[in-house]
Design a protein around this ligand. Structure first.
Ligand SMILES: NC(=O)c1ccc[n+]([C@@H]2O[C@H](COP(=O)([O-])OP(=O)(O)OC[C@H]3O[C@@H](n4cnc5c(N)ncnc54)[C@H](O)[C@@H]3O)[C@@H](O)[C@H]2O)c1
Length: 439
C-alpha cells in the first residue's frame, strides 16, 4: 500500500497535442506507428510506457502493474500530431521518401498520414548546411518568426481542440554552437530575437515560442537549444518541464549497456573505436562538419562519465575513444554500427569485444518519442518544472543541473525513472537492499 503522500497530478483528460519541428524519418515512423496501432497493425515494441511494468513494494507482494496503469498517462489514441518542415510533402509522402516502413503498410495508412501537412518552418541554412527547402517562413526578424510559431501553436490548439500540448524536436541536427552572451537571460535573448542575433538558432526560436505558449520542450537532437540560462529561466517562470538531448537509440545505447558491465567487473579499457554507416537524410546532414561536431560531442561524453577515470585511474584514465559516422546512401535508414573494444583483465592481459549492430535508426527512435511525449505531459500535469533528469534514460547527452555530472549508466537511469514514478504515486522507492527477506 502507498505509505507516502502522492504528488498531485491533474488528470489526462481530453486530447494531447504533440508538436514536432521536423517531419522526416523519425517523425513519420512515430506517426505511422500511432496510426498502425489504432488499426491493430502492430505493437509499440520498445516503448516503456506501453509495454513496461513497475514493481511496487516487497518482492513477496507480487505487485507489478503496467506503467500505463500505474501513472495517469495520456492514451496513444488521444495524441494529435502537428509538424513543421522545410519540405512541403505531407506525412505520407515524407514517410515514403524516408523509406523506413514497407510501402504496403504505408498504403494502409495513406489517408491519416496524407492529412498531416507541415506548417512553414523557421529555417536558417547557417545552422543546417546540407539541405534547403521551400516551406519556410520568410522576410521577418527572429522575433517575428517566434511570434509566427506561437500563432501556429495557437491555431493548432484551436483547430484540434487539444487540452494540453508538448513539443519535441525531431528536426535535423544543427551545427555545433556553445551558449553565447545573448543566451544569458530572457531579456538578452528577447533583445537578440529582435536584433536577429546570429547566435540564436531556429531550434531556439521554436523552444522559446513553445515555452512562451505554455508548452513543454524536449530536444531529440544533440545541438544546443534549451540548455542555456535564458530558456531555463523561461521554463522555470512558466512552470514547464524541459529535457534533452539526442535520442539514445543505437550505438550509444549499446555503449551504455556494455560500459557499466565492464566497470562492474573492474575490467580495464584501453580503447573504444565506434564507427557506423548510414544513408538517410540525417546521415547527409551529419556529413557536414558543423552538424557532425554536435553529434560527436554528444556521443563522446557517455563513456567518460560512466567509467569515472578519476576514481579508477588504473582502469579507465587513459583509454582512447573515437567516434566516426560515415554517410553511405545505399543503406538508407538501415544503419550499421561497429564497435571495437580493447579491454584488459587480470595482470593486464588484453582482450577484445566486437559489436556489429545492424539496426534501424527510426525504428529504435520512434518508441522513445512516444515515451518522451507521454512522460513530458505527465510531468507538466504534475507541476514538475525545469530539467527532467529522470528522463535521462532516453538521451545520449542528458541535461543536468550545472553542479552535477550527468548520469549515463542506463541501468541507473531506468531505476531513477521508475523511482520517480513511485515517488509521484506515494510508493516506497526500491533500493534493492532486501535484508528483510533474510531476518
Ligand atoms: N535513431 C535516430 O534516428 C536518432 C537518434 C538520435 C537523434 N536523432 C536526431 O533526430 C533528428 C531527426 O532524425 P531523422 O532521422 O528523422 O532525420 P531526417 O533528416 O529524416 O528528418 C529531419 C527533418 O527535419 C527537417 N528540418 C530541418 N530543419 C528544420 C527546421 N528548422 N524546422 C522544421 N523542420 C526542419 C528536415 O527537412 C527533415 O525533414 C535528427 O536531428 C537526428 O540527429 C535521431
Amino acid at each position: 500500500m502507498p505509505n507516502k503522500d502522492k504528488v498531485k497530478i491533474a488528470p489526462a483528460e481530453g486530447k494531447l497535442g504533440v508538436l514536432i519541428p521536423g517531419m522526416g524519418a523519425v517523425t513519420t515512423t512515430f506517426i505511422a506507428g500511432l496510426e498502425a496501432f489504432k488499426r491493430g497493425l502492430g505493437k509499440p515494441i520498445g516503448s516503456l510506457t506501453q509495454l513496461g511494468t513497475i514493481r511496487l513494494g516487497k518482492r513477496t507482494e507480487g505487485r507489478s502493474p503496467a506503467i500505463k496503469d500505474f501513472v495517469p498517462l495520456a492514451r496513444m489514441e488521444d495524441i494529435v500530431v502537428g509538424c513543421w518542415d522545410i519540405f512541403e510533402d505531407n506525412a505520407y509522402q515524407a514517410a515514403v521518401k524516408a523509406g523506413v516502413l514497407e510501402p504496403a503498410l504505408l498504403e494502409q495508412l495513406k489517408e491519416p498520414l496524407s492529412a498531416i501537412q507541415p506548417m512553414k518552418a523557421v529555417f536558417d541554412q547557417k545552422f543546417v548546411k546540407r539541405i534547403n527547402g521551400p516551406n519556410v517562413k520568410t522576410g521577418g526578424t527572429k522575433m517575428e518568426y517566434a511570434l509566427a510559431v506561437m500563432e501556429d501553436i495557437r491555431q493548432f490548439q484551436e483547430r484540434t481542440g487539444v487540452s494540453r500540448t508538448v513539443m519535441i524536436w525531431c528536426g535535423s541536427t544543427e551545427v555545433y554552437h556553445e551558449a553565447a552572451p545573448v543566451h544569458d537571460t530572457v531579456a538578452s535573448f528577447e533583445e537578440g530575437l529582435r536584433n536577429d542575433d546570429p547566435e540564436i538558432s531556429p531550434s531556439q526560436i521554436y523552444a522559446y515560442a513553445a515555452l512562451k505558449s505554455g508548452v513543454s520542450y524536449a530536444n531529440g537532437a544533440p545541438h544546443l537549444t534549451t540548455d542555456m540560462p535564458a530558456l531555463m529561466e523561461l521554463a522555470r517562470t512558466m512552470n514547464l518541464p524541459v529535457c534533452g538531448k539526442d535520442y539514445k537509440s543505437g550505438q550509444t545505447f549499446m555503449k551504455t549497456l556494455i560500459a557499466p558491465g565492464l566497470k562492474s567487473r573492474l575490467l580495464g579499457l584501453s580503447g573504444w573505436f565506434s564507427t557506423n554507416i548510414l544513408g538517410n537524410r540525417d546521415g547527409e546532414v551529419l556529413d557536414e562538419p558543423g552538424s557532425f561536431r554536435s553529434k560527436e560531442v554528444s556521443k563522446s561524453s557517455a563513456l567518460e562519465y560512466i567509467l569515472q577515470g578519476d576514481l579508477y585511474p588504473d582502469l579507465y584514465k587513459h583509454f582512447y575513444h573515437k567516434v566516426r559516422i560515415e554517410y553511405y546512401p545505399p543503406r538508407g535508414d538501415a544503419k550499421e554500427g561497429w564497435d571495437n573494444i580493447d579491454i584488459f583483465g587480470w595482470l593486464g592481459y588484453p582482450m577484445q569485444i566486437k559489436i556489429n549492430f545492424l539496426c534501424r535508426d527510426s525504428i529504435l527512435a520512434a518508441p522513445l518519442v512516444l515515451d518522451l511525449v507521454l512522460f513530458m505531459d505527465l510531468a507538466q500535469r504534475a507541476g514538475m518544472r525545469g530539467i527532467q533528469e529522470w528522463l535521462s534514460f532516453y538521451f545520449k547527452a542528458p541535461m543536468h543541473a550545472p553542479e552535477l555530472y550527468p548520469e549515463h549508466d542506463i541501468f541507473i537511469q531506468l531505476m531513477k525513472l521508475k523511482n520517480t514514478l513511485r515517488h509521484m504515486q506515494g510508493e516506497d522507492l526500491i533500493t534493492h537492499l532486501g535484508l528483510e527477506y533474510y531476518d
